[in-house]
Design a protein around this ligand. Sequence first.
Ligand code: SER
Length: 326
Amino acid sequence: MKNILVIGSTGQIGSELTMKLRKLHPEGTVVAGYIKGSEPKGRLLESGPAEEADVLDGEELLRIVKKYHIDTVYNLAALLSATAEKRPELAWHIQIDGLINILEIAKDNRCAVFTPSSIGAFGPETPHLNTPQDTIMRPRSMYGCTKVATELLSDYYFHKFGVDTRSVRFPGLISNVTLPGGGTTDYAVEIYYAAVKGEEFVCPIAGGTFMDMMYMPDALRAAVEIMEADPSRLVHRNSFNIASMSFDPEILSAKIREHIPGFKMHYEVDPVRQAIADSWPDKMDDSCARKEWGWKPTYDLESMTVDMIEALRKKLKISTIEKAGV
Ligand code: SER
């Protein structure tokens, strides 16, 4: 039986991961942890327990871990890259002081911990094409600094105290459920909303800027599978490159135009996001994840685009006929 705490359950990943974990573990408990102002609603609230779980409040976290006999923590609390550039100290506080609170509790209560890393952990000196699993990590963004420190601390608690920490380096994540906020890769989500609504998209990232991206169902599967992996096969732990597709805004908009012919886009490049994007890999090599725990993506750009457009049309209640301008 699994008893899981998801910290950040109302965020972009958490809102879907919590529901997936509840389906996978009907006999266990999956607690939706949230912060004040981001309370769970609807199915997320009705389908299981919810607790205020601020990563900066260690006492509160400990109370929840003891109350529900938590054995696994998904720590998804974070400021994304562009927001972290505006509030670097707060990003460090949440991502690192918060992580230490969780790792300390995990050490004393024998919990496994998943804290995502990201393509943001890499920097301009990293090889951008087929970025190796083990390579130069000198990010220039505060988000990246926190992600490298997260990887190091997570490995430290594993080697020093035996805490079962594991993680993946997520590419930009694309979903049709909860919007991201303040990330460099957010454009790849927003573009679909604009296209489905029949609006022209103003792209903040320049044409020719390639980044790894992934459809949310694959990302959720990765988060579950890495925690279920046979530990004896893991050479790495924090954190694994995982990849499924790499594109730039030109390729993405052309793909959307195949399905929504009238779609238009123009560029108004945001210099903060562009500098971050330029420092990140174009395409990561995920062969270690494939070898050590059987990672394999299922969606490519075409299948994701078909699914995104269909899901957003339903969500936004826009019919195909209306969208085609008939
Ligand atoms: N999606 C994140 C961001 O753009 C990267 O992991 O900040």
